[in-house]
Design a protein around this ligand. Sequence first.
Ligand code: SAM
Length: 248
Amino acid sequence: MKGIECNIITIFPQMFVSPLGESILKRARENGLLRVKIYDLRDYAGNKHRTTDDYPYGGGAGMVMKPEPVVRAVEEINKKSVRSKIILMSPQGKRFTQDMAKELAREERLTFICGRYEGIDERISLYFIDDEISIGDYVLTGGELPAMVVIDAVARLIPGVVGDQESVKADSFFSPMLDYPHYTRPASFREYKVPQVLLSGDHEKIRLWRKKEALKKTMEKRPDILKNADISEEDMCLLKEIKRERGY
Ligand code: SAM
């Protein structure tokens, strides 16, 4: 089956309704390219009060999510013949990148475990997951927003989800460069004009201009990316041209 299945383990299922129910992701779900299943962790609590957290051993502030409900939910998900990759959302995980999104988009089934409070009992991270992903070096209140970020980035790489796959390939980070600048009508807005070349109809000139502008932007905004990039001969010539123009 084409597309991808994303399972989400959370104590706040409602948080996913709107982000997954609008626009491109809504359409992807309607046409089956993105199949989302939400597992309410409280259904796996195994106690009358549906409690999924408890006090931390050793004392200290905050509550900790119990391991058993999470494992029960994971085992339910993995009853299927195709095993799901199990991902824990955590600020301590690998920092999420476009390359990671590309790798995840090759999977058939993904499962995102969303933590809350002080996080989830450490035994989950030690023994029950395949990957731990962070969306950046800051701490959020829960793993739901991070899971949505990852699902959105992965889903738009599934062929057919974004109408024009070429636009995905031109996006920042798809190739190591940032995206080129985009303009739309009007051609003249206050004193600001759209670059003349974009109105020329000369496709080759436009292609080269875009490439050069993407390189310029990357040089200015993210020189770190350029340092590690695998640069083509054409890019190299354009970079030399930019440096010459700037008198480097
Ligand atoms: N005590 C934890 C720590 O310092 O590593 C932070 C817990 S945080 C308040 C609660 C949950 O939010 C985490 O278990 C994780 O699922 C999620 N979370 C918070 N920040 C995140 C981030 N940057 N990336 C991914 N998940 C995050």
